[in-house]
Every structure is written in C-alpha cells, then in structure tokens.
Write a protein that binds this ligand. Structure first.
Ligand code: ATP
Ligand code: ZN
Length: 285
C-alpha cells in the first residue's frame, strides 16, 4: 500500500513538537528499533528521522514526500518546494546583531564589515537587496561568540528571546526574517500520495485550529446581548440560551487565541459575568 513519507528532525528543537502534532492528529507511530524510520499502525504514513538541514533536499529529491523544518532552514537550502502549512511552533527570527557599544546607523553600517553566520544564502540575499557590500564568514555553530573572539564585526543568527545575544554582549539591530516550523511537500507526489497528503493536512489543520481557539461560555444581561455578541463571532454565530433567571442569557462561542485578551476585556466591559474558557479537543475547520 502507498505510504506518505514524512521527514522530521531526528533530535533537536523540532523533534518532539513534530511528533506531538502527528500524535494529536490521531496517528500512532510504531518505533523501529534503530529509530531511523517509524511506521504508523493506523495511517498510511512513514516517518524518516533526519538532520534538519538535510530535509529540504530529501524532499526535493523525492526520498521523502514531505518534511517538517524551520522556515529558516528551508529558505537557506533554496529548494523549490511547496509550504503546505505553517505549524506555529519553533518561532524565531534571523537577525543581524552587533557589539552593544556599536553606534549603529542603519544597514549601511554593514558596508565593508565582516559578518559571521550559518545562513550565508539568506544573508547574501538581504545584503544584495539592500546593496550592501559586506563580507560573509560562514561558521557552523556558536556564531554568537564570533565578535567576542575577533572573528567578525557582526553576526547574523537565530534569535528568539534575545538572551543569548545579551549574554554575549550583542544587540539585535536588523530583523531579516521571521521563522516557524513549516510542512514542506515535494512537487513530485503521485495522485495516491496527494490524496493521503490531503487527509494528513486536514488533520493537522484540525489540530492547529483546536490549539488556536478556545470555547467560551458566559452569562450576559439581555439588554447587553447585542454588544456582547458583536465581539464573539464564533464559528458561524454564538449560541444564545435563556438562563433560568429572568433577563439573562448564556452565550457560547469560540475565541481565537490571538485576540483572546482583547475579547475578554470587551466582554467584561459590556457586563458579561461568569466567563468560562475551555480548551477545544478537536475543531473541524
Ligand atoms: P540538527 O542536528 O538537526 O542539524 P540544529 O542544531 O541545526 O539540529 P536546532 O537547534 O534543533 O537545530 O533547531 C532547529 C530549528 O528550531 C531551527 O532551525 C529554528 O527553526 C528553530 N529554532 C532554533 N533556535 C530556536 C530558538 N531559540 N527558539 C525557537 N526556535 C528555534
Ligand atoms: Zn541543523
């Protein structure tokens, strides 16, 4: 039977979260003894465990049909693949940073400077686009120490909280790209594999939607219902049920994580009471 081969990172920041999303999609994996490949017992899928840097090329070659990697790794690799879905984890950015005492006057600062990075292709595109002639010095790993040891004037690297930069006496001066884990797919899949990919994607989107949304219940005075409903779009529209006590209703809806606190603020302002927020196990979108 045809199986979809999905490459994920063997060990690193993406590994566990990639496995989590697959498992939340109801796909059980049976681990091979050497953990090079896992098969699923209930879905036509096979997992290949690889170094993240190798994943775009394996997908481009059709060795894997799809893969989960950081967008930074995909962009750096430069293969022409399709991003099927952004997965919302391993969020970070690629930024230029300089020693904190540097008087930084904008991107022209980098003209004639030496920049250390593990992402020469992304950096080169940025420099070319901004017409900055700088020298790129490629190093793999521990890029953040490059200025301290006199190897470079600046670095271009992954930043998430920024604490690594601070502890190395650096400051972030230009954000070049944002990144998160993405599901990549090969353009070479046959019809059967495309069908399996469709089902896999539907399940992933269900998981992402349930992660990104909360079920909300509250009590509303009837004279405030219109205002309250206006901030609760729900999936179609909110459910409104009468409470046993006269003049009040119970309102049920779904709120997106992104505007959650803003919505809660408005609901309180409009007189909602007894607000309950409940995680959603699965949300079919
Ligand atoms: P491999 O051995 O597979 O080559 P690696 O050392 O290159 O692993 P990791 O450090 O595990 O990679 O990071 C994998 C990905 O996680 C990065 O490419 C990036 O997309 C993301 N990432 C890296 N650092 C952070 C961070 N501090 N916060 C959030 N996401 C990050
Ligand atoms: Zn890597």
């Amino acid at each position: 039977m045809e199986k979809l081969k999905i490459a994920i990172q063997k060990s690193g920041r993406l590994s566990e979260k990639s496995l989590d999303i697959i498992s939340e999609a109801g796909i059980n994996l049976v681990n091979g003894s050497r953990k090079l490949i896992s098969l699923s017992s209930n879905f036509p899928l096979e997992i290949l465990y690889l170094r993240d840097d190798d994943i775009p090329q394996y997908v481009a070659d059709g060795v894997a049909d799809a893969g989960i990697v950081g967008e930074n790794v995909y962009m750096e690799a430069g293969n022409q693949l399709e991003i099927l879905e952004r997965l919302g984890f391993a969020r970070c950015r690629l930024s230029l940073a300089v020693p904190k005492s540097t008087e930084y006057n904008g991107p022209v600062y980098f003209a004639g400077k030496k920049i250390a990075t593990s992402y020469p292709n992304i950096l080169q595109s940025y420099l070319t686009e901004n017409k900055i002639p700088a020298e790129i010095h490629v190093i793999n790993g521990s890029v953040e120490i490059a200025t301290g040891i006199g190897l470079a004037d600046a670095i271009f690297d992954i930043v998430s909280s920024g604490s690594t930069l601070i502890s190395n006496g650096l400051k972030e001066v230009e954000r070049v790209m944002n990144s998160e884990a993405v599901l990549l797919a090969s353009p070479l899949m046959n019809i059967k594999k495309k069908e399996i990919t469709g089902e896999f994607l539907f399940r992933l989107r269900t998981v992402l939607a349930s992660r990104n949304n909360k079920y909300i219940l509250l009590n509303a005075p009837n004279d405030k219902l219109d205002q309250i409903i206006s901030v609760l779009p729900g999936m179609k529209s909110p459910t409104v049920l009468p409470l046993a006590i006269e003049g009040w209703s119970s309102v049920h809806s779904v709120v997106n994580e992104n505007d959650f606190w803003q919505v809660i603020g408005k609901l309180r302002e409009y007189g909602a009471e007894g607000i309950l927020v409940i995680p959603i196990e699965k949300m079919i979108v």
